[in-house]
Design a protein around this ligand. Structure first.
Ligand SMILES: [Cu+2]
Length: 381
C-alpha cells in the first residue's frame, strides 16, 4: 500500500529525485533501506567501466541500538518485482562515525557486488551500532539488459540483533585493497595475460579475522592475504570465472570463531595480492580492482583507532566519497536524470563544493527517526 502511494506520488510529480527510506521491522530484527527511483538507460554491453552511471552518497541514520549481523541487496522495480542483479555493479555502505582498521578513512560498513551472496553472521556476533550513527551508501549501476529502466530501486535488507538482553561478540569490518589511494582511484589497468597487483600493510592493533570475502573484476583469478615477513599465504580466495574469464563470484573463507580465527599481529607486515589472467589481447584501462572484506575481532575493542576528522587523509576520504572507487575520473555519459556529469572528474566545481562540506554540515543526516523519509543529499549547483 505504501509502495502504491509512493508510485502515485512519483507519477504525479514527474521524474522524482531519488530518495532514501529506512524502515525497522523489529519483529524480524530487520532494517530495510530503500533508495530510488533511479533512471537507468540501457547501455551497450561492450562499453567499458566509464559508462556506468555513478551515484552520490545517500545519507541515512542507523535506527537501532544493536549489532549488524548480515545484509543482502536486491534491485527492484516500483511494483516490488526483482530486477536482474547484474544492473547493480556495486554498492558501498559507509559509517561516517567510525574509522577503518587499516586506513585513516571512514568505515566501509558493507559492500555488495553483482557477484556477492547474502552475508549472515551467527546471532552470537555482530558489528556494534548505535541509534543515530551517520551512515550513507553509494552505488554504481550498469544496465546491460538492453532495455531502459525508468524506476529502479535499491533495497538493502540488514539483519540486526538488539543490544538489549543479548550477549553479542563485537566484530568489526575489515577492508584492505590492493590499490587503495584514499580519495583516489582504486582501479588499475588489466593487461593481456597474467598480472598481479599487491599492497603491503600493517594493523594498528592486534586481533583475529573470523572470515573474509573478496572482490575482483572480470579477468580476476584470485585474491590472497599473505604474511609479508614470512611470505606465507594465510588465505586465498579464488574467483569463479566463465569460459571468457568473466568473474561470476569470489570465494569466501571462514576461519572460525574462537581458536580457529586467524590471529593478526599489530605492526606486522601483511600483504594483499590480486592475480589477474586476461585471455584477450586487450588492455582493460581501469578494469581491475581487488579487495578483501572481512569480520575482525579486535583483541581490545577500546583500542580501535579513533576517527580523526582533522587527519588530512580522513578529510580527503570524506570529501571525495561521491567519486571514490571505480567511478573515479570517468564521465557519466549515461548518468541518471539530474546526475549529469557532476562526477565526471576530480576537481570539477561540483566536487570542489563537496570537498568543502564539513561532516557536521552534511545535509539531511536524519538524527534518529527511522520511519521518516530523508531526502537525498543535494550538492548539485
Ligand atoms: Cu569493483
Amino acid at each position: 500500500m505504501v509502495t502504491l502511494l509512493l508510485v502515485a506520488a512519483v507519477t504525479l510529480a514527474g521524474p522524482a529525485a531519488p530518495h532514501i527510506d529506512v524502515r525497522v521491522d523489529s519483529t524480524h530484527s530487520r532494517i530495510v533501506v530503500t533508495a530510488g527511483p533511479f533512471n537507468l538507460p540501457a547501455m551497450d554491453p561492450h562499453m567499458d567501466m566509464s559508462t556506468m552511471a555513478p551515484n552520490d552518497v545517500m545519507p541515512f541514520a542507523w535506527p537501532v541500538d544493536g549489532y549488524l549481523r548480515g545484509f543482502s541487496v536486491r534491485m527492484r522495480d516500483a511494483a516490488g518485482d526483482s530486477l536482474p542483479r547484474e544492473i547493480l555493479h556495486h554498492l558501498i555502505g559507509v559509517n561516517f562515525d567510525r574509522r577503518q582498521l587499516v586506513y585513516p578513512a571512514v568505515e566501509r560498513l558493507f559492500g555488495w557486488g553483482a557477484e556477492t551472496d547474502p552475508v549472515e553472521l551467527p546471532t552470537s556476533m555482530g558489528v556494534p551500532m548505535h541509534v543515530g550513527d551517520k551512515l550513507g551508501m553509494y552505488a554504481m549501476f550498469h544496465n546491460e539488459t538492453g532495455k531502459d529502466i525508468d524506476a529502479a530501486y535499491l533495497e538493502v535488507t540488514i539483519l540486526y540483533t538488539p543490544a538489549k538482553g543479548h550477549d553479542v561478540l563485537s566484530v568489526m569490518p575489515f577492508y584492505v585493497d590492493v590499490n587503495n589511494h584514499i580519495g583516489g582511484v582504486t582501479t588499475f589497468d588489466v593487461p593481456p595475460g597474467k598480472s598481479s597487483q599487491s599492497y603491503e600493510f600493517e594493523l594498528p592493533i592486534a586481533g583475529k579475522l573470523v572470515g573474509i570475502g573478496g572482490h575482483l573484476h572480470d579477468y580476476g583469478s584470485s585474491i590472497e592475504l599473505e604474511d609479508a615477513a614470512s611470505g606465507k599465504v594465510l588465505a586465498r580466495l579464488k574467483a569463479r570465472r566463465d569460459h571468457d574469464g568473466r568473474v561470476k563470484g569470489v570465494g569466501r573463507f571462514i576461519f572460525g570463531f574462537n581458536s580457529d580465527a586467524l590471529a593478526l599481529q599489530a605492526h606486522h607486515p601483511y600483504r594483499v595480492v590480486a592475480e589477474y589472467d586476461n585471455p584477450t589481447k586487450e588492455t582493460f584501462k581501469d578494469g581491475g580492482m581487488g579487495h578483501i572484506n572481512g569480520a575482525f575481532v579486535p583483541a581490545d575493542g577500546a583500542a580501535w583507532p579513533k576517527l580523526d576528522l582533522n587527519d588530512s587523509l580522513v578529510k580527503r576520504d570524506i570529501a571525495t566519497l561521491p567519486i571514490m572507487s571505480d567511478m573515479n575520473a570517468h564521465t557519466a555519459g549515461t548518468a541518471s536524470r539530474g546526475q549529469k556529469s557532476r562526477n565526471a572528474q576530480a576537481g570539477s566545481s561540483g566536487d570542489a563544493k563537496m570537498r568543502d562540506t564539513p561532516m557536521s554540515d552534511m545535509p539531511n543526516m536524519p538524527s534518529s527517526h527511522p520511519k521518516t523519509d530523508s531526502t537525498r543529499v543535494q550538492n548539485q549547483p
